[in-house]
Design a protein around this ligand. Structure first.
Ligand SMILES: [Zn+2]
Ligand SMILES: [Zn+2]
Length: 318
């Protein structure tokens, strides 16, 4: 299977500003030597050598993750934050969902940052496409319809041309969805939220965003460790710094330190930091990763755990 990130930001979409671009240019120029600028090749090499926060951006779109089965046959999407809009364009460019095609959408919960891109997902307006929509919230159809009443959006759901079928996944019940076996587990979050575990051909992908784990809840972690256990990739809510997580109890998110502890206890192979705070700049994100890697070296001794932060365009083969 393959995972690709289209929206990684939490709470609200946060576009990069002109000032941010200016700061990146300044930082890049300060690192350049005359030899770096001599030829187009030396410029390319110089750009490739820059830290990620200078040459790129983590991205400002809200939650949307694409999950493809072996051979890219079955397309799944986790949550429809604003990142689903560029995903729709990409799918059409790849020749998918142009009519007579199918897609599987999974909703962890219905906070705005996880649903508000759906009306901008071009394939949902194309006749002949079929959308299979899954959630452990039995009323997900009503919730999605509600964001499209005419006072909020000009097009209501019944005017979208693709066929839509809604399915309820009972919590902790392995459910076959095409090529994937899917299981959900409720996590602590205002209004509720479910994490998702996907298995295909002996590989496991777990998505756990919008989930509050803190020092108080670590005693009850057993059933979660079981749910995350052995994941090849675990995407985890790391919206807060450790200091913020001590202040923001009951706000519904976690820190990268707690995520690292849980990933280590769950024998996870790769942890992906996710749901980045909308106020964090790219350079602050780079700092957070460095801190998290240092913490992992302290907490995990020599246990194998790779840690990366999600950015728009990150693709992981599992
Ligand atoms: Zn969220
Ligand atoms: Zn949420």
């Amino acid at each position: 299977m393959k995972v690709r990130f289209w929206g990684v930001r939490g709470s609200i979409a946060s576009a990069i500003t002109g000032k941010d671009v200016e700061n990146k240019l300044r930082a890049a120029l300060a690192l350049a030597t005359p030899a770096d600028l001599l030829t187009p090749e030396s410029v390319d090499n110089f750009i490739a050598s820059l830290p990620f926060s200078i040459r790129g951006t983590y991205g400002g779109n809200t939650t949307c993750v694409e999950l493809l089965s072996e051979g890219d046959e079955q397309i799944c999407v986790i949550d429809a934050g604003t990142g689903i809009r560029p995903l729709g364009n990409s799918l059409l460019e790849r020749g998918r969902l142009q009519g007579n095609d199918e897609i599987y959408l999974f909703f962890t919960h219905s906070h705005w940052d996880h649903i508000q891109g759906l009306m901008f997902f071009a394939p949902i307006y194309i006749p002949g496409n079929t959308f299979h929509i899954y959630s452990s919230f039995a009323d997900i159809e009503e919730r999605l319809r509600y964001q499209q009443v005419r006072t909020h959006f000009p097009v209501i759901m019944d005017e979208m041309a693709a066929k839509r079928y809604f399915y309820h996944i009972p919590e902790l019940t392995p459910t076959q969805v095409g090529k994937f076996t899917v299981k959900t587990k409720a996590v602590r979050h205002p209004g509720g939220c479910y994490s998702l575990r996907f298995e295909e051909n002996g590989k496991t992908f777990v998505f756990c965003s919008d989930a509050e784990f803190n020092l108080d809840t670590m005693d009850e972690i057993g059933s979660y460790v079981e749910f995350f256990y052995g994941a090849d990739v675990l995407v985890f809510d790391t919206q807060y710094t450790f200091e913020e997580s001590l202040r923001k109890i009951d706000w519904g998110h976690s820190s990268a330190a707690i995520a690292t502890d849980i990933a280590l206890r769950s024998a996870v192979k790769k942890l992906v930091m996710f749901h980045h705070d909308p106020s964090y700049s790219d350079s602050k994100m780079d700092d957070l990763i460095i801190q998290t890697l240092k913490y992992k070296d302290m907490a995990g001794q020599d246990q194998d755990l790779e840690i990366v932060a999600a950015y728009e365009g990150l693709t992981i083969e599992i």
